[in-house]
Design a protein around this ligand. Structure first.
Ligand code: SF4
Ligand code: SF4
Length: 265
């Protein structure tokens, strides 16, 4: 059996996930030893796009027609597709907007006219799973070296890894931090995927949710608590929407405004 063939790709995003893979300096040679890397544009101009891949790692959101074409081609030639980083899993900050208007209205507001940028037609930014089957995910914004290497190791042995299904609060409690929410600060730890080691709350900074919303989040309960602590609805909704996507922010806003109208908020 030959080495597993892999490709590392980037759609619309900051390329931070690819950069962090490159930053695995001490382990890069081992990675090259274990895998046959067929495409990794950030590391090499040489690439072979006609080969069938065992694993494709894809970062970035689908934000243009070109992204979509690339993603469909990657999916077609890959046995396993792994979404890496917030943009690929949730759509990224580019999928965050308030109000119900279409992308074209926002685009015109920013660029002044409809066809200001002509590289590829924009689409409403979406995660990979909106268009193709995603077999595994690696959270982070950007992803971190250790979890990536663990994931790569499992994939090399043919195991499709599962990600932790508990919130940042668990890691924060293991570190015996004093809870910021109880001190009156906004912290999205209860709603956010664990894995970062609760870096921000450990430095007395509220979590802004960059590892993305956990599967069974109870945002209503945290929103209620923040209203109780005196935060206004706009601030809460903005905070929740940065890494949580538009749909969640809209639901939250409706929830808080209707509570307020009924006199409960
Ligand atoms: S500080 Fe934040 S992450 Fe830590 S326990 Fe409190 S809410 Fe959770
Ligand atoms: S914002 Fe939250 S999820 Fe992101 S690194 Fe900080 S603690 Fe971790």
């Amino acid at each position: 059996m030959g080495k597993p063939k892999i490709g590392i790709y980037g759609l619309t995003g900051c390329a931070g996930d690819q950069l962090n893979i490159l930053n695995c300096e001490d382990e890069l040679l081992k990675l090259f030893d274990i895998f046959e890397i067929k495409s990794f544009v950030m590391a090499s101009r040489e690439k072979d796009e006609n080969v069938q891949l065992d694993v494709a790692f894809v970062e970035g959101s689908v934000s243009t027609e070109k992204d979509l074409e690339e993603l469909l081609a990657i999916r077609k030639k890959s046995k396993i597709l792994v979404a890496i980083g917030h943009c690929a899993i949730y759509g990224g900050v580019q999928a965050m907007f308030r109000g119900g208007e279409e992308w074209i209205e926002r685009y015109k507001r920013v660029y002044g006219r409809e066809n200001a940028v002509t590289l590829s037609k924009p689409l409403e930014p979406k995660p990979l799973s909106a268009y193709v089957k995603v077999d595994a995910v690696l959270h982070g914004c950007p992803i971190e070296k250790e979890p990536f290497l663990k994931l790569a190791g499992k994939l090399a042995h043919g195991v499709i890894p599962r990600t932790p299904d508990y919130p940042v609060c668990a890691e924060c409690r293991w570190k015996e931090n004093e809870c910021l929410l109880l001190k009156g600060q906004i912290c999205l730890g209860p709603l956010t995927n664990a894995g970062c080691g609760a870096i921000c709350p450990s430095l007395n900074i509220g979590c802004i949710g960059c590892w993305g919303p956990i599967r069974e989040e109870n945002w209503a309960s945290e929103a209620d608590l923040l209203v109780e602590k005196g935060y206004d609805i706009d601030e809460i909704v903005t905070r929740f929407s940065v890494f949580g996507g538009t749909e969640r922010a809209q639901k939250l806003e409706q929830f808080l405004r209707s509570r307020k109208e009924k006199g409960n908020g």
